[in-house]
Ligand binder design. Structure first.
Ligand code: ATP
Ligand code: MG
Length: 234
């Protein structure tokens, strides 16, 4: 159990009620070990984003439980959930969602500042930005960098609190093929180097090459829970 970073147990998500109810997730169960690189795939409307929102504590399951690092946060109040989410989870979205009136470095630091002040934050943010090749862009305003660069900033922002899990919903969906490939390779190398677990929703499974596990969703159910033989990190 101790090496499980995520456990999803019998999760249903129903939107609406009665005749108009949408069963977006139906009895979804799976677990993920620390340090793995996982894809969630499936056709449009299959429930991928809904599942990611459950794992990301952005929405609550109708039934079932989600354990993050062994903790079921469902009994926490909204403030406690926000704090738990900010410390345990990092998010990368399709659009990088940077704050344009802050610099690249300031954007990366934001989730850390929400947690409180600490002396190492700036050095760690600079080190992350260097790892993704943005050491010369740190003091630019976020709206002055390219789409591919912005997504690399978003990766650093997702990692600054050393989250247990990084969640990404179509992180390459808005990028040209070269930037998309750079983004994929960076996420994979950061996964190997730093050991964060990555869970990524994608329409473009081949773009990712070898991964630890692929979860396929169809009509709200897991239809294929394939394990591939790649050594565990940690
Ligand atoms: N807030 C909501 N209210 C009602 N129905 C919703 C809501 N969010 C999602 N749904 C429905 O739940 C189902 C799953 O949606 P979801 O967004 O998870 O699909 P997806 O796999 O992420 O699709 P895509 O690949 O197009 O992003 C769909 O039928 C969708 O219409
Ligand atoms: Mg989606």
């Amino acid at each position: 159990m101790a090496d499980l970073v995520l456990e999803v147990r019998n999760v249903d998500k129903i939107f609406g009620e009665g005749e108009t109810a949408v069963y977006a997730l139906k009895n979804v169960s799976f677990s993920v070990k620390k340090g793995k690189f996982i894809l969630i795939v499936g056709s449009s409307g299959s429930g991928k984003s809904t599942l990611l929102n459950m794992i990301g504590l952005l929405d609550r399951p109708t039934n079932g439980q989600v354990f993050i690092d062994g903790i079921d946060p469902s009994n926490l109040n909204d403030n406690q959930i926000s704090s738990f989410r900010n410390s345990k989870l990092g998010f990368i979205f399709q659009f990088s969602n940077l704050l344009s009136d802050l610099t690249v470095l300031e954007n990366v630091l934001l989730p850390r500042q929400i947690q409180g002040t600490d002396t190492n934050a700036i050095e760690e943010a600079k080190s992350l930005l260097k790892t993704v090749g943005l050491e010369n862009q740190m003091n630019k305003y976020a709206n002055k960098v390219s789409g591919g660069q912005a997504q690399r900033v978003a990766i650093c922002r997702a990692l600054i609190n050393k989250p247990a899990i990084v969640l990404a919903d179509e992180p390459t969906g808005n990028l040209d093929s070269v930037s998309a490939q750079t983004t994929v390779q960076l996420m994979k190398s950061l996964n190997k180097k730093l050991g964060h677990t990555f869970i990524i929703v994608t329409h473009d499974r081949p773009q990712f090459g070898d991964v630890d596990k692929i979860i396929t969703i169809k009509d709200g159910r897991i239809v294929d829970d394939e394990m591939m033989e790649v050594p565990t990190v940690n």
